[in-house]
Design a protein around this ligand. Sequence first.
Ligand code: NAD
Length: 248
Amino acid sequence: MGRLTGKRALVTAAGQGIGRASALAMAAEGAQVFATDVNSDLLADLAGRDGIETAHLDVRDRASVKAGVSAAQPDILFNCAGYVHHGTVQDASDDDLDFAFDLNVRSMVRSIQAALPGMLDRGQGSIINMSSAVSSIIGAPNRFIYGATKAAVIGLTKSVAVDYITKGIRCNCICPGTVESPSWHDRVAALGEEMGSYDAALEAFVSRQPMGRVAAPEEIAALVVYLASDESAFTTGQAHVIDGGWSG
Ligand code: NAD
């Protein structure tokens, strides 16, 4: 018997990185996982694995979110999709802000609105939102839009938690530090272009980590499994920091 046996989970942005690792970890604990992504090609490798169904889902499209949630009927909703913009407040264009708040924040409003009626009918649910240590917890250089959106995720998490606390529904968010993922490698490469060396950029990212390393996606997935399971029944409305001591 796994820690999530009998539960149904929907994961957004499950095609790579933390979402993928979390879909695999939840399936390994017995959940029936609905692994979704806007990029269907990235899901090919997950399709057909034990306990995993895959589907195209664009979190920016309300109809797509509704269709995915109604097919999955999740007890566990892991809102993982998000994008990292580079730059200061002076670099932030209206278009970039609109895009980031839509993908990083409003997407979660859409999926929570779609998932809540089923969770309320069943009297149980665990919603897990992807925030970041870079949010209302710490600032990081050139992460203005990102930090603002991820702070909003903490606010929406607390609000949902309070409104549904007596209905059996919990809502938490997770706040990772730097995690190895395909998009993180892209960010290192982009900084490497600016600095003239990939290795120097890698050193810059890693040297700000007190543990001298970044996280593996599986380490974040372990926290997702905990928050998805009944082991975490007494926690809701919290920002769970998992950052290797970065913000400490
Ligand atoms: P990633 O950035 O490498 O992958 C992102 C995934 O999101 C891709 O599979 C992509 O196809 C998908 N996606 C993009 N737009 C989408 C949309 N409209 N609908 C559905 N899916 C969409 O993965 P990652 O680095 O593990 O990041 C995942 C989440 O974790 C993000 O919210 C990110 O902000 C957050 N996070 C990442 C780190 C890190 O250092 N990697 C740290 C803290 C928080």
